[in-house]
Design a protein. Structure first.
Length: 337
């Protein structure tokens, strides 16, 4: 039976341990996401920031996938006891969890190894496992849009949002389907270690560090309209002028559309309104400057398009839960360490 490496006794910080629970019927793509994202995250001195381990609900051995092969998992459920973060990818064989909203005895016994306070993460329909275990009661959560209605009916105590790519509810995080797991894992890296580290992981993985909008843009409409025009040029135009006041009519003019048509088309393509999108881009710009420069708060607020330091403070406090000063203190120190 394979054993986990012992935790170091040295007082130096150890890598954050992520344990991925592999269930029968798993999707190989989703199983690989946490390993790919977290194992690429490194500090300024190239030290690995995470250690990623895979375990099964049974003793070490093969776990079926939804494809024509199995994966050999070297750790049993005891590995969950050593986790700082547990990730549960989707499975096509959830059985009673999906059909009745209850855990099997085997799965319940495995989850019992998880220590209180461990961060819990679900990718796609992996959220059914967290829900059946009671971890999502009274919380907002998401899953693949095609399962959202069933998810809500099965677990009425959960506030299901089918429009977003992921939801961060502090110690419990859920994502939409498949590739949204990449978005969620990058978000976790960004939350833990800042934008610079997350962006470097995204570059090495050849994915965007942050996708615009939510999964609403991927839902097939009953009567789809021809999409001959897009809002791509307007978004590129706005990104080059974040430090300036940008009005909705100015963005609409870049696409030669009326404000009403542009707003509708923008929401269809991106999943959020132009105003919400602009605010998000300005927050990301401010985060980057706080981490990578010594510019004053007033200068960062100007460069990011917030106008005043007070306005920037309000927006970052609302979006991130911390002030610009606290954010810089945390992530600037890590960036230059």
């Amino acid at each position: 039976m394979a054993t986990l490496p012992a935790l170091p006794e040295d007082p130096a910080p150890r890598p954050h341990r992520v344990v991925v629970l592999a269930l029968d019927g798993l999707l190989p793509f989703e199983l690989g996401i946490p390993h790919r994202i977290f194992n690429r995250a490194k500090s300024a001195d190239r030290t690995r920031l995470y250690e990623t381990v895979t375990c099964s609900v049974r003793p070490p051995g093969p776990v079926r996938t939804d494809s024509d092969f199995s994966v050999l998992v070297e750790h049993g459920p005891e590995a969950l006891a050593a986790a700082d973060t547990v990730v549960i990818p989707a499975s096509h064989e959830l059985g009673p969890v999906y059909e009745e909203g209850r855990l099997t005895d085997e799965l319940a016994a495995a989850l019992a190894h998880i220590r209180p306070g461990t961060r819990l993460v679900a990718i796609c329909t992996g959220g059914y496992v967290l829900a059946a275990a009671g971890h999502l009661d009274g919380r907002r959560a998401t899953t693949h849009w095609s399962s959202a209605e069933h998810f809500q009916q099965t677990f009425p105590a959960i506030e299901v949002d089918a429009d977003v790519l992921f939801i961060d509810d502090g110690d419990v995080l859920t994502s939409a389907g498949v590739a949204a797991g990449i978005d969620l894992c990058l978000h976790i890296v960004r939350r833990d270690h800042g934008t610079a580290v997350a962006n470097e992981v995204a570059r090495r993985t050849v994915v965007p560090p942050h996708r615009d909008g939510g999964q609403a843009q991927y839902i097939q409409r009953p009567v789809p309209e021809p999409q001959l025009a897009t809002t791509t040029a307007a978004r590129a135009w706005a990104l080059g002028r974040l430090h300036e006041p940008i009005h909705l009519r100015d963005m609409a003019e870049q696409e030669s559309m009326s404000v009403r048509t542009f707003t509708r088309r923008f929401r269809e393509e991106v999943g959020v309104s132009p105003g919400q999108w602009l605010t998000r881009q300005r927050i990301e710009r401010a985060r980057h400057l706080l981490e990578s420069t010594e510019l004053s708060m007033d200068q960062i607020a100007h460069d990011a398009g917030f106008g005043t330091a007070q306005s920037m403070r309000q927006h970052l406090q609302s979006a991130l839960g911390v002030t610009p000063t606290a954010y810089r203190r945390t992530f600037r120190d890590r960036a230059v360490a």
